[in-house]
Design a protein around this ligand. Sequence first.
Ligand SMILES: [Zn+2]
Length: 260
Amino acid sequence: MHPRRPPLRLLVVATALALSATQARPALPRVLMVTYSAGYQHEVVRRPAAGELSTAERVVAGLGHRSGGFEVSHVSTREDLNRLTVTSVRAYRAILFFTTGELPITPKLREAIVQSVRDGTGFIGVHSATDTWYGVPEYRELLGGSFDGHPWHQRVRLIVEDRTHPATRHLGEAVEIADEIYQFQDWSRSQVHVLLRLDPRSVDVGRGKRPDGDYALAWTKSYGRGRVIYTALGHESNVWADDRFQAHLLGAIQWALGRS
Ligand SMILES: [Zn+2]
C-alpha cells in the first residue's frame, strides 16, 4: 500500500500559509498609552530618565508582551504629544489615558480622539484620567465622571459588583487595597455599569460628599460604538506592582480591545 499523500491543493495552501507566517505575521492591535501630565504628575508616570519608561508604561507594555495580545505606543512628553496627528490616532485599536489637566493639543486632534472612540476605538481611563480635560464636555461624557477630590488615602475594601467581567472576575467578592481613593462629579450609576465600589464601612464615609455613600471605583460604559472602561485605582506604585491590579488592567485593556 502507498502512504497516503495529501492532495496537491492542500499542499499549495500549506505552503502559502507557511510563507505568509514567515513574511508577515498578523499585526497585533496597538494601544496608545498617554501619560502626559498637564497638572499634577504622579510618581508612577514619571520617567526616570529620557528614553526610559515610567513604572506605569513598563507594566502596560509588559502586559501586552506577556499576553501576546497587543503592542503599546507611549506618549509621555510634550514632544510625543506634538507628534500625534488626526491620522495617527486612528491607527490604534484602544487608547489608554493616565493623564492630568488640560492636555495641550489642538481642538482638532482632541476631537479626532473622541470621534475615534465614538467610531469604535476602545478607551481605558486609569486613575487621573478623570482629572483631565475638565473643560471638554464630550470627554467627561465619554468617561462617565470627573474627579472631585480624594477623601481617602488608606487601605480600603472594594466590593466586586461584576464577578464575571474580564477586569474583575479574578478578584472574588471583595478585595482590600491601599491607594488614594477618588470621588466623582457628573457621575450617575444609571449611566455606567459598575465593576467595583468602595465598601463604605471600610472608611470614614463622612469625609466623602455623597449622602448615599455610593462610591464606584471602576466601571464600563459605551460611547458611540467604543467600549470605555475606567478604573480609579493606580495612584500608588505598590498598586502597580500588585498582581491583582495588573490582571485588572489586562482584563480592562482586552475588554476595551473587544477581545473578551
Ligand atoms: Zn493620584
